[in-house]
Structures are given as C-alpha cells and as structure tokens.
Design a protein around this ligand. Structure first.
Ligand SMILES: [Zn+2]
Length: 294
C-alpha cells in the first residue's frame, strides 16, 4: 500500500507531485511532506491553484526497515511492468501513473557522505534550472550523462534498457519538469528543514499558494557545477583525506592515489563530488566537476 494525498485548489493550475523516501532510509522528504500537509490540514496554508499530491513514503517496506530498498532499487527501472517481479516493481506500477499525470515533480532524497544539499538538473533546460534555483540549496549539479559518455564504460546495450530510469527520468518522458533534491547526509539534522523549505518554495514558485512568486532578482544565483569526470576505483586505491561532497580542490591537487602508484590529479580548479571511500573495486569512486554560473 502507498499513501498519496492530493489537495486541489479552486483555480486551475499545475499538477505538482512530491515524493519522499523513494529510498527507504532517506526520511527527510517524509518529514517535509508531513509538515506541509499538517499546515494545509490546519488551514495555516492554502492551496489556491492547481493540485499538489504528496507521497510521503515512496517505498513503505524499505522505510519500515530503514533500508534503501528491499529487493531492488526503486529509483532504477522505474517503468510500468505487466508482470511485476518484486515488491519495488509493484510500487513502480503505482507510482508510474502518478508520474505520467504530473506537470512538475520533486523527488526528495538524502545521501551517504557528509556535505551540503544540492539539486540535480539537466544541462540544457533553463526553465528547470530556474525552478531548481528557487528551491533553496545553493548548488545545482549537472552534466552526468555527458561525463559517463566520456568514460566509454557504459555499454551501448545499457543505454537502451531502463536501468537509469528513476522518477525524474520517467516524469520527464511525459513532459513534466522534474528535479531531484539531495537534502544532505541521511542523518543530517538539518535535512528535514531543507526538504520542508524546498516544498514550500516550490509551491510558492508555482503560484499554488496565496504567497507572491519570488522575483528572480531576490533569489540567490546558484552555483552550477558541471560534472566533467567519473573516476572508477580500479584497484584498492585510497583518498589522501576524507573528502566531503563538494569539497573544493585546486588544479594539480591530488584527489586520489591508486594502488598502482598513479596519482589522480585535478585537471582544473573544481570540486570532489560524491566520494565513496569504501567503494567496491570496479565501481564509481568519485566524480569531479567545475563551476560555472547558472
Ligand atoms: Zn535517494
């Protein structure tokens, strides 16, 4: 069973879908959804235009077990299945029609390593970037697909299958503006506040509440970090220090030492992105990105 709650304003407007805990151990989105729903239920906040649907817990069984997922990652292969082969596939069949029907989708996540909140955006969609910039976090991350393509490691066959389809990708396929917000580390006490602010800011930006839409001039210009390199852990290499997500590095600085003796140096001034210290050999170890103004 999945709980979905919809509030409809009297005036026509966008259909906005907010999903928390697509990964069961990422609970900030659930707290954020529940807080905004309580404000609406108490009459403190009104939805005047459009419809907002909250799914506070996208993966209830994983949420109860405080795990990322039970049988497989719900945010991969998120497409309808005629014969769902596991619990997450059954959930996908409930979530997909909601994603198809929405105009705007916000997926609320948190991540493993410590660091600041950020939002994934597509490199070319200015409308989406403006929406993302209104949500609160100061950093937008983009360029993943291009960076992966540059590695040549993803096989052509993989591009065709649905592995990389999560809620954002599926909603975009049906024309929605969709972003993933990462509110901080899973247990960061500030993450639920980031999630709550993002939902309230989105409702305001979409003019679904009586609050005035924020003027672009009043929004802080976010920094746009473009991922340029994906580094795989090819042997038992180590980091020279415990990197934080979005920690700055200077040109020529050592980012990692491979067991082979090779030092991976920053080719430019930029940022370490989502480093995984205990990453299994053969998997994505960390990313590197450079800044440009959104
Ligand atoms: Zn997640």
């Amino acid at each position: 069973m999945i709980r979905a709650v919809t509030y409809a304003g009297l005036e026509p407007g966008p259909k906005f879908l907010v999903i928390g805990a697509i990964h069961g151990n990422e609970k900030c989105g659930t707290v954020g959804c529940n807080r905004v729903m309580a404000e609406i239920d108490s009459g403190q906040l009104q939805i005047t235009r459009g419809q907002v649907t909250f799914v506070p817990i996208g993966n209830p069984r994983a949420y109860d077990q405080d795990k990322r997922y039970t049988e497989r990652n719900l945010n991969r292969y998120l497409v309808p299945m005629a014969k769902p082969d596991c619990y997450e596939a059954q959930l996908g069949n409930i979530l997909c029609p909601m994603l198809e029907a929405c105009d705007v989708h916000l997926a609320i996540h948190s991540y493993t390593v410590g660091g600041e909140p950020f939002i994934f955006v597509s490199p070319t969609d200015a409308k989406e970037q403006a929406f993302a910039a209104s949500l609160g976090p100061h950093t937008l991350l983009t360029g993943w697909e291009e960076a992966y393509a540059a590695t040549g490691r993803k096989k052509a066959a993989k591009e065709k299958d649905e592995e990389s389809t999560g809620s954002i990708e599926y909603a975009r396929r049906f024309g929605a503006m969709a972003v993933n917000i990462e509110c901080g580390q899973h247990k960061d006490p500030n993450a639920p506040e980031v999630a709550y602010r993002a939902i309230r800011n989105a409702l305001r930006y979409l003019e679904m509440t009586p609050e005035p839409k924020p003027e672009p001039a009043h929004l802080t210009a976010p920094r746009l970090v473009t991922v340029t390199h994906v580094f795989y852990r090819d042997d038992m290499g180590k980091f020279p220090k415990s990197w934080k997500h979005l920690e700055p590095v200077g040109k020529g600085q050592a980012m990692a030492h491979r067991e082979s003796g090779e030092t991976v140096m920053a080719l430019d001034s930029g940022y370490i992105i989502m480093p995984k210290e205990d990453c299994p050999v053969g998997e994505e170890w960390f990313y590197f990105g450079v800044e440009k103004q959104a």
